[in-house]
Design a protein around this ligand. Structure first.
Ligand code: HAM
Length: 473
């Protein structure tokens, strides 16, 4: 009997784990060489060349706006002292309590991969004596941040932010300028966004508000989700952040911080809104917007894609593309002189995804930087001359695409078509000998033969972009 039982139970011998094999290593089934292939760590992602145009366009836009609004580029390390972020972002926040990559380095220093950059910018402002400079000091950055978040759509463990910080000016005009910048960043890319805005006042005002909030939520305790029950004791402001269905009606009826604001905070907020009205920046007042980091004072805001814009983006389906606000107490808190400040940052992965979604839904092609022409060539000699011509045209500021791996003219013109270039330049054996080149209008198909020496001038004349640029000069 016993023997039968043993026979019935089939033992599957588990293969021993290879020494040093990480949990993420898997066999790659397709295209396998039979050797071990590796996967990404959870929450990490690669950015592939197919998305380069979005990344490039966003970077150029950031650079362009920074120059226009006079922000200087700052670069800080990925690794900082853990306490820098714990003190600034605050214990009790999700970022500090659950999401920081903290570890000891070989000298037993407690370090962290930066979960955000505002604290590091403030550290740099103090450390490099920037209060001695003309105020405000305006700085921008672009780089990777790390949060050990639960990975899901739009939520990664390593992600990129572009950020703008204005340190040293309490005027509401600075809040408005930052919001305008965030708004323009997306508007210029063709993506309609709206600003959600609130004022969370100063700590004293918040303290009084929290008492009312806790009292209200205590009376509803039995209806709350488990997280909210904890928030009630640990960080009551976060109650307003809850996304659970069951907590929504409670949240809607909750007391609003705006009623606890005193004259100065109220005036500040009113002025920010007046500036936004003047600038034509669309915003929605969100009394429950409190943000997930502790350092904010008064103005807080977030950027969202406009829902219902031809149903390109499903309402409520998106997380914030960016967020920020004023942080008037942080510089002093971090060891500097009392210095008002404000700033925001935008999530690049989320921006790329929103752009793709929007352009796809509208069946529009996203072009980061328009190409001026495509160089097609036929035969060895022509290829050599083409390479030289491309190089000369590039040096003169023209953007020329080409594909030397295709030999047929048809194939090359198809590529030119798919790249949506306005002109194709065609070089064959005959043109090389004659010192000419064919310029083909890709839309009309009309071709003209021109002297190779004149092609740069002709192309620039045809491209109105250059005429407009000249007018500006
Ligand atoms: P934040 O709201 O924590 O603010 O992050 C800003 C943006 O970064 C978010 O709106 C989102 O687009 C992106 N983001 C955040 N976490 C992730 C993630 N796990 N995966 C992908 N994207 C993410 C800050 O970081 C503040 N430092 C903003 C600021 C600057 N406040 C004042 N100055």
């Amino acid at each position: 009997m016993l023997k039968k039982k043993i026979e019935k139970k089939k033992f599957v011998k588990r293969p021993k784990l290879e020494k040093n094999k990480s949990k993420t290593e898997t066999k790659n089934e397709s295209g396998s060489s039979g050797k071990k292939a590796y996967n990404l760590l959870r929450g990490m992602h690669d950015t592939l060349p197919k998305d380069e145009k979005y990344w490039k366009a966003l970077y150029h836009k950031a650079e362009d706006l920074a120059e226009h609004f006079q922000f200087g580029r700052i670069e800080t390390p990925l690794l900082e002292e853990a306490n820098l972020f714990i003190r600034s972002i605050g214990k009790g926040t999700d970022v500090v309590d659950k999401e920081m990559y903290v570890f000891e380095d070989r000298d037993s220093n407690r370090v962290t991969l930066r979960p955000e950059n505002t604290a590091a910018i403030v550290r740099a402002y103090i450390m490099h004596g920037m209060w001695n400079m003309v105020q405000p000091v305006k700085m921008w950055y672009w780089g990777s941040m790390f949060r050990y978040d639960r990975p899901q759509a739009g939520r990664f463990r390593q992600f990129n932010q572009v950020g703008f910080e204005t340190i040293g000016d309490p005027d509401p005009v600075q809040d408005a300028e930052l919001i305008l910048l965030a708004y323009n960043f997306f508007k210029d890319m063709g993506l309609p966004v709206e600003i959600h805005i609130n004022s969370i006042g100063m700590p004293e005002e918040r303290q009084k508000y929290k008492i009312a909030l806790v009292e209200y939520y205590r009376s509803k305790r039995s209806y709350l989700c488990d997280d909210c029950k904890q928030r009630l004791n640990k960080n009551p402001m976060r109650l307003l952040d809850c996304k659970q269905e069951r907590c929504q009606p409670i949240k809607e009826e909750a007391p609003q911080i705006i009623s606890w604001l005193e004259e100065e905070s109220k005036n500040h907020f009113t002025k920010v809104l007046e500036y936004l009205d003047e600038l034509g920046v669309p915003y929605s007042l969100k009394p429950n917007l409190v943000r997930g980091l502790d350092y904010y004072t008064r103005t807080v805001f977030e950027v969202f894609p406009v829902a219902n814009e031809n149903e390109a983006i499903e309402p409520g389906s998106q997380s914030a593309l960016g967020g920020g606000g004023r942080y008037d107490l942080l510089v002093e808190e971090m060891g500097g002189k009392s210095t008002p400040a404000a700033g925001f940052s935008l999530g690049i992965e989320r921006a790329v995804s929103a752009l793709k979604q929007y352009y796809d839904a509208k069946q529009m092609k996203f072009a980061s930087q328009p190409l001026d022409a495509f160089m097609a060539q036929l035969g060895d000699q022509a290829r050599r001359r083409a390479l030289k011509t491309i190089n000369d045209l590039r040096a003169s500021g023209l953007k020329i695409a080409y594909n030397f791996s295709k030999n047929s003219l048809k194939g090359q013109l198809e590529t030119a078509n798919s790249l949506q270039v306005p002109y194709a330049l065609i070089l064959g054996q005959k043109e090389v000998q004659d010192g000419t080149i064919i310029v083909r209008d890709m839309e009309s198909g009309v071709q003209e033969i021109v002297d190779q020496k004149k092609v740069e001038h002709l192309l620039k004349k045809k491209l109105t972009r250059f005429d407009e640029d000249k007018k500006k000069m």
